[in-house]
Design a protein around this ligand. Structure first.
Ligand SMILES: C[S@@+](CC[C@H](N)C(=O)[O-])C[C@H]1O[C@@H](n2cnc3c(N)ncnc32)[C@H](O)[C@@H]1O
Length: 200
């Protein structure tokens, strides 16, 4: 196939953006697949901060990481608290929205907290950095998050961010799509935030 399916497309974006030694965020650790991929890309000189509200997810992620735990911090809390835990500039934040496969389908990511976490990540993001969201919207409540996110990302200033939607539009059963936000210019507020974290 010439056109990359959704997940290979995301992996290509991450490989293009992340360098050894970077600090990155997995905002929805789940079973740890993305956390592991990020930990491999940043290497032992980099760091991954991974968030999930469920203990099962944190345990599964730590198990999958094995030795790569040394340069990963897995935190059992909502990603809306990202800026309390991450105080360094990041090159990437990944969000895999929806519910944990094989677990309780009513524990899902929610519009308000997802948007709060994106805003926190945008402030930490370096120029040339990327926020990648894989938007699953076929489950109950998924349509609300999808619509809120699309409304929100359209409001981001085009002088500071490029926003991409990557979607197959002839597939059945609400397939996931990707939103990618690249920071192309620094904001004055971002520098103030990082300074506040460093010295505050
Ligand atoms: C689709 S799964 C993530 C899959 C994961 N990326 C993987 O590789 O297996 C979504 C995850 O988001 C988590 N989640 C829901 N609300 C959250 C929040 N406010 N903060 C962090 N994680 C949240 C769920 O517990 C669930 O594990």
């Amino acid at each position: 196939m010439i056109i990359d399916p959704i997940l290979p497309f995301v992996k290509t974006l991450l490989k293009k953006t992340i360098s050894t030694g970077d600090t990155v965020v997995d905002a929805t650790a789940g079973n740890g697949h993305d956390t592991l991929f990020l930990a491999q890309l940043v290497g032992s000189s980099g760091h991954v901060y991974a968030f999930d509200i469920q203990k099962t997810a944190v345990d599964a992620t730590l198990l999958r990481l094995g030795d790569l735990r040394n340069h990963t911090t897995v935190i059992q809390t909502g990603h809306e608290s990202i800026s309390k835990f991450v105080t360094k500039e990041i090159s990437v934040a990944v969000f895999n929205l929806g519910y944990l496969p094989g677990s309780d389908h009513s524990i899902i990511t929610r519009p308000a907290t997802t948007i709060e976490a994106i805003e926190g990540s945008l402030h930490l993001l370096k120029v040339g950095g990327l926020i990648v969201l894989v938007v699953y919207h076929g489950h109950e409540g998924g349509n609300l998050e999808r619509d809120a996110l699309l409304d929100y990302v359209k409001t981001l200033s085009q002088s500071t961010f490029q926003v991409l939607k990557y979607e197959f539009i002839n597939q059945k059963n609400n397939p996931p799509f990707v939103l990618a936000i690249e920071k192309i210019k620094q904001n004055y507020n971002d520098k103030q935030n990082l300074l506040h974290h460093s010295f505050g």
